[in-house]
Design a protein. Structure first.
Length: 99
């Protein structure tokens, strides 16, 4: 792991997925799923160059906020809600396409 990706306060999404998420959830969700969770939970994130319109370097997330998010079980609740949603969708499809 590159030492520029994580410190005691901030970490990149790649570092969070490889170092923090496995402590709380298995199997590890995709990078896109973790980013959606963190964005929906309003986890603070920072850019190396916040004035850049595009790019600007890697995005860093607050490690303390990420750990609190996973300790509270919010990610597991989101996973469960996604499963409920999927079951409702399957039921709707079954109801719509009844012979």
């Amino acid at each position: 792991m590159n030492t520029n990706q994580i410190n005691s306060e901030n970490a990149t999404l790649d570092a969070i997925c490889s170092e923090i998420v496995p402590l709380f959830i298995t199997p590890i969700p995709s990078r896109e799923t973790v980013r959606d969770w963190l964005d929906n939970a309003n986890i603070p994130r920072f850019k190396s160059n916040p004035t850049a319109k595009r790019g600007g370097g890697p995005v860093y997330y607050s490690v303390a906020a990420v750990k609190e998010f996973f300790k509270n079980g919010a990610a597991k609740k989101q996973t469960a809600n996604q499963g409920d949603w999927l079951e409702r969708l399957k039921q709707r499809r079954a109801d719509i396409f009844k012979p």
